[in-house]
Unconditional design. Structure first.
Length: 369
């Protein structure tokens, strides 16, 4: 199954993002999501009355190797996503900005349905369906379409041709490298079996070794026949599921070509997106300076980003900041955004520190700069 390019996903994010939100508003609203999004799609293991399947035992390296080598001709799947991040309530006096921000945060709370289709390496579609609205990304050969039914807006782009030969990576080498990077900070095990969407699965369990991590465990469910991940749970350190997505239906038949033939409805706004920018090229001369400083490693990495205009925030951003609890320490003063998986501090001197760590570790990182 082919992967969607980073630029493709960025267009979907653009459709979902409020146009008038300032950089500071987005920082406050999305700090809780940043590290959760780096984990990728998560899932919940379906529990039924049937006994767990008996499968040939596999080590973590063997299971990951089979996942890396998996190559299905096609699939159609429906996932149910649930989030319980413990996000703070928005202040009531944000006005229209509160409605816009609330629509973004809705993606990080409650239950949502995600549908996925793929055919070979050139066709794929992902759709977030909530009631009568849909946000989707469709890749059909070189054509890429991002669509928002609520905004009645479509963005079209053409994937640039690559002149470079793709790197050939031996799966066993890649898995060895991955395990070598994970093992210093993570206990890795294959622990039991189960069922997801009626299919037998192996369970891959990742447990952070550092007690300062807010993530207690990550459990990946891998199809026992096709070796495609069907789910993964992110469990907070209190033992409760913070984010989960479960496959509820899965079919490995190749979808009909019409699934990937996106045609914008009559009368909608269509934007052509240029794909001429080269990866790695920066239009900002100070892009290097804008990169966050990282402290720590693995699960307990803390990122610190300079936001020098924090004191020049508009009135609505100040209302949002003032609604957060005030905190202070050797590092100075600021406001705290705390969730079950991520903590973030916006300091009065123009820094934002984010990490999936306990507050003490976050404050220590701020004090080192």
């Amino acid at each position: 199954m082919g992967c969607l390019a980073e630029d493709d996903w960025s267009m979907t994010a653009k459709l979902a993002r409020p146009n008038k939100a300032s950089a500071l508003k987005r920082t406050v609203a999305l700090s809780a999501a940043g590290l959760v999004l780096a984990a990728g799609i998560t899932g919940l293991v379906a529990r039924g009355a049937a006994a767990d399947p008996v499968l040939p035992p596999l080590t973590p390296a063997e299971l990951l190797g089979k996942v890396a080598a998996a190559d299905v001709a096609g699939l159609s799947a429906t996932f149910e996503q649930r989030s319980d991040l413990g996000l703070p309530a928005l202040p009531a006096d944000l006005g229209d900005a509160g409605d816009e921000l609330g629509s973004v945060l809705t993606l990080l709370t409650g239950t949502h349905t995600v549908r996925v289709w793929a055919a070979g390496h050139e066709q794929a579609k992902v759709a977030l369906v909530d009631g009568s609205t849909e946000k989707s990304l469709t890749v059909n050969g070189d054509d890429v379409w991002a669509w928002s039914s609520s905004d009645q807006e479509a963005v079209h782009s053409t994937r640039p041709a690559s002149s470079a030969e793709p790197e050939k990576t031996v799966p066993t080498t890649a898995i060895s490298d991955l395990l070598a990077k994970l093992q210093p900070s993570t206990d890795i095990a294959t622990s039991g079996t189960g069922y997801v969407a009626g299919r037998a699965v192996y369970q891959l369990v990742l447990t952070p070794r550092d007690d300062a991590a807010l993530v207690g465990q990550v459990r990946v469910s891998v199809d026992a026949e096709k070796f495609v991940p069907l789910g993964l749970r992110v469990i907070a350190d209190d033992g409760q599921d913070a984010v989960s997505v479960a496959a509820t239906l899965i079919d490995f038949a190749v979808p009909d070509a019409s699934v990937f033939d996106f045609q914008p409805p009559a009368g909608v706004k269509v934007t052509e997106h240029s794909a001429e920018a080269k990866p790695g090229a920066s239009a900002e001369p100070d892009a290097e300076a804008a990169k966050p400083k990282t402290i720590g490693t693995g699960w307990t990495t803390v990122a610190i980003l300079d936001v020098p205009d924090v004191q020049q925030a508009d009135e609505q951003a100040k209302v949002l900041l003032d609604s957060l609890p005030a905190v202070s320490g050797e590092w100075g003063k600021g406001r705290l955004l705390s969730t079950r998986l991520v903590n973030a501090v916006i300091t009065d001197d123009g820094r934002v520190a984010v990490g999936s760590v306990v507050l003490e570790r976050l404050y220590e990182a701020l004090a080192t700069k």
